[in-house]
Design a protein around this ligand. Structure first.
Ligand code: NAP
Ligand code: ZN
Length: 352
């Protein structure tokens, strides 16, 4: 029998959240049912709900930073049992057989990976995300949350954590490297914690000095206000790796200039518009301008284990959703750069 759960849903672009009943499928052999405790609010949820990327399918239940406890398992499940602490990130299915899936990059599945929301399952059903009290997911896409990370601080790791961990690893952040993080928000604050734990020297670039003290506490040894032209000039040619987490348009030339020769500027921020860079800006210095998309399931588990080993969780503000307008307001505050540093919905407060 399918189960009914409570969820926060948006009926159309620009409409506020409302509490609704949501049906979750009956357990298949390989399915895990999770009682969701917390769901982080990622800026991607906001881009989607506000239809900034186009192609949003309403009604929509967002949320792809999910932490909770297993409440039931299908007959064929081997990895998880009732009571286990688990998480779900941006993916709920992939073919499991193509080259990308076999290489641990399920997000590039050639059949098309299934996102946690705004995405159709292979049976045609629309996926509904984590702003709800329960979810059913095939065990292959479920992550184990190690003891030592509280579920509320773990939830944002499932997107903000892996999306920054993956490029930091790929581009060699570690002792002797100078890493800059642009934008100190949900992704940015995780990038700082992770890069510092990897042993890199971290600089934060933010619109102002307002987050300077926080950035230091997160692990940044230098904070630059991007509005300070002299400081930006002085930082020219400084960094081996820049991770741009900004959700809005930025002038890429400005940031390419901050790279050392052979340095890489990785974009994880996803504003909808194009950017442009003169080829000469990359050629002078063999610079790399690239992007990075979340991370695969294996690497997500590696990141969670790394976080447990280093005592890392997200820095969060918990949201009580019993008045659903709290979540609408939280969206506005994220866009205004006011969150410190990730809102996490306590899903038990979703009105019944
Ligand atoms: P967030 O918490 O809102 O953080 C974004 C940060 O960007 C803000 O804290 C702010 O930092 C800076 N910022 C915002 N507006 C700005 C503006 N107009 N000009 C300059 N800087 C501005 O968002 P998030 O959840 O970290 O997500 C960041 C971006 O990553 C979003 O576009 C999201 O869709 C994308 N994303 C991508 C992936 C992926 O796989 N690549 C995964 C998840 C999210 P300061 O206040 O420090 O300036
Ligand atoms: Zn996200």
């Amino acid at each position: 029998m399918p189960t009914t759960t409570r969820a926060l849903s948006v009926p159309s672009a620009g409409a506020p959240f409302e509490a609704v009943d949501l049906e979750r499928r009956d357990l298949r052999d390989d399915d895990v049912r999770i009682d969701i405790a917390f769901a982080g609010i990622c800026h991607s949820d906001i881009h989607t709900v506000r239809d900034e990327w186009g192609a949003a399918h309403y009604p929509i239940v967002t949320g792809h930073e999910i932490a909770g406890t297993v409440s039931a398992v299908g007959d064929g499940v081997t990895k998880y049992k009732v009571g286990d602490r688990v998480g779900v990130g941006c993916l709920v299915d992939s073919c499991g057989a193509c080259e990308s899936c076999k290489n641990g990059q399920e997000m590039f599945c050639s059949k098309g990976s299934v996102g946690t929301y705004n995405s159709q399952n292979y049976d045609g059903e629309w996926a509904a995300g984590g702003y709800s009290q329960q979810i059913v997911v095939t065990e292959r896409m479920v992550l184990r949350i190690p003891e030592g990370i509280e579920l509320d601080e773990a939830a944002p790791l499932l997107c903000a954590g892996i999306t920054t961990y993956s490029p930091l690893r790929r581009w060699g952040a570690g002792p002797g490297t100078r890493v800059a993080v642009v934008g100190v928000g949900g992704l940015g604050h995780m990038a700082v914690k992770l890069a510092a734990a990897m042993g890199a020297e971290v600089t934060t670039l933010s619109r102002s000095s307002a987050k300077a003290e926080d950035a230091k506490a997160l692990g940044s040894s230098q904070h630059i206000a991007t509005s300070d032209e002299d400081a930006m000039k002085a930082a020219k040619g400084s960094f081996d790796l820049i991770v741009n987490t900004v959700s809005a348009d930025l002038d890429m030339e400005t940031y390419v200039r901050l790279l050392r020769p052979n340095g890489a500027l990785v974009n994880v921020g996803l504003p909808p518009s194009n950017f442009s860079v003169r080829p000469g800006s990359l050629i002078g210095g063999n610079k790399v301008l690239t992007g990075s998309n979340i991370g695969g399931i294996g690497e997500t588990q590696e990141m969670l284990d790394f976080c447990a080993e280093h005592g890392i969780g997200a820095t969060i503000e918990k949201l009580d959703a019993s008045d659903t307008t709290t979540v609408d307001t939280a969206y506005d505050e994220v866009v205004a750069g006011k969150v410190r540093y990730r809102y996490v919905i306590d899903t038990s407060t979703i009105p019944g």
